[in-house]
Design a protein around this ligand. Sequence first.
Ligand SMILES: Nc1ncnc2c1ncn2[C@@H]1O[C@H](COP(=O)(O)OP(=O)(O)OP(=O)(O)O)[C@@H](O)[C@H]1O
Ligand SMILES: [Zn+2]
Length: 367
Amino acid sequence: MENFIVSARKYRPDSFDTVVAQSSITTTLKNAIKNSQLAHAYLFCGPRGVGKTTCARIFAKTINCSNLSPEVEACNECESCKAFNTSRSFNIHELDAASNNSVDDIRQLIDQVRIPPQVGKYSVYIIDEVHMLSSQAFNAFLKTLEEPPKHAIFILATTEKHKIIPTILSRCQIFDFNRIGISDIAGHLEYVAKNEGVTAEKEALNIIAQKADGAMRDALSIFDQIVSFSGKDITYQDVISNLNVLDYDYYFRLVEHFVKNEVPDSLMIFDDILNHGFDGHHFINGLSSHLRNLLVCKDPVTVQLLEVSGEIKDRYKVQAASCENDFLLKALEISNECDMQYKMSQNKRLLVELAIVRIAQLTLKKK
Ligand SMILES: Nc1ncnc2c1ncn2[C@@H]1O[C@H](COP(=O)(O)OP(=O)(O)OP(=O)(O)O)[C@@H](O)[C@H]1O
Ligand SMILES: [Zn+2]
């Protein structure tokens, strides 16, 4: 059997241009290379799975490429690039500070740093999860970071910038990586699906992207999980049942009842949701997002904040038109309040039911 390679590895970008949604970072890095203004230490900060290590590797490959293109992309053909692409390069060293965080580990690294590379121009040291270094290790490292040999470049990566001591911060050029937006993640998943011969409903990929919460690695892992569950055809229904996501449809129907002040029908929908095994908190969070989505539809500018695909987008717009701003705001206040009280409440079901009743009566009071 063919070896299965997880998508997050298989689709790791190998050029600046294929990194998704971090263009301000990749552009700055490319400009620095173009203008020969390389710093000796970089700090890549940001949430997990958004491309920090990926960009560090591309950077290392690019500055060692002997045949750089005018667009400042590595050629992928010279000896150095080939070595990088097959993980055989001696110009890149990766240290996982989470498991190698002692002074001895750092001393070993410092010894290594002194030796100039045999081939290629630079030795790049990527220290992942750098916030995990012990304070002694940090201190041992400071001197090297202050006066690194010409050939050495450090790229420190961390998900927890606030844990990095100021003396290190001030010696690094800092890059803040952002969480990746839902539409960018969904777009990348579409590309991966196509390459894998998988057909996927747009809304299915959108739900995966939402669930990934800004991390591309998570999105790709979820994608693999769904493929192994449903095969080469991925539907919206597969995804919501697999990921335990509440169908949008519940909320659309619920809001229809709300605007008609149909309290019993609204309560029955909540009962149905509980019977499907979802918990009240999950429901109330979903309701808040739904109401928020309706609210952003009320304005031609904020409608851009609606991160769902075509068909559902239209459904939101239609429903938004049937609700007044004032209703949406008050309903959001109520659901938000319920969300905050949820953990503390002794009678969680009642708490949610009360919120539902209050929302379903909002427009009644006005009439
Ligand atoms: N911006 C991106 N564009 C395309 N793919 C990405 C991006 N970010 C992450 N990925 C995918 O996720 C995988 C993991 O990314 P990477 O190791 O670069 O994340 P990271 O930010 O370094 O996370 P961590 O802090 O957990 O190490 C990559 O192999 C790639 O498949
Ligand atoms: Zn090259």
